[in-house]
Design a binder for this molecule. Structure first.
Ligand SMILES: [Cu+2]
Length: 127
């Protein structure tokens, strides 16, 4: 599945049309909305503080999940990292640190209090 996503991402990059450069976005998971946000747009090489907000089907913020971010370069699979987050008010805060400029992707992994896991993928560029 990941291989297929990487191939599809690669095709999108080659087409050069639909690639999103910003980490900021809004994504739908099976039963929630995931909002990613950062002041660095695009992300820079080095530390980037980002926040992740989880909103359930009723519009309520989910604050008892475990959220981690696995980020990697699709063209260099060995370049991959995983960071955890901590709840800061209504949102989960994490620091993403791309180690070189280029195209990256991040899997936002969510483990709900009940144990249910889901993820969304964010494509972004670091400069
Ligand atoms: Cu790389």
């Amino acid at each position: 599945m990941r291989r297929l996503l990487i191939i599809l991402t690669g095709i999108m990059i080659l087409m050069g049309s639909t690639y999103a450069y910003s980490f900021n976005g809004e994504f739908n998971s099976s039963d929630m909305k995931v909002k990613t946000s950062t002041e660095n747009s695009p992300l820079k090489v080095g530390d980037n503080a980002v926040t992740i907000e989880l909103i359930d089907a009723k519009g309520a913020t989910i604050k008892d999940a475990e959220v981690s971010v696995y980020f990697f370069m699709p063209s260099m699979p060995a370049m991959n990292y995983e960071v955890t987050s901590s709840l800061d008010g209504e949102k989960y805060a994490a620091v993403i640190k791309p180690t070189m400029p280029g195209k990256w992707a991040a899997d936002i992994k969510v483990k709900k209090a009940g144990g249910e896991e889901s993820k969304v993928q964010v494509d972004f560029e670091a400069r």
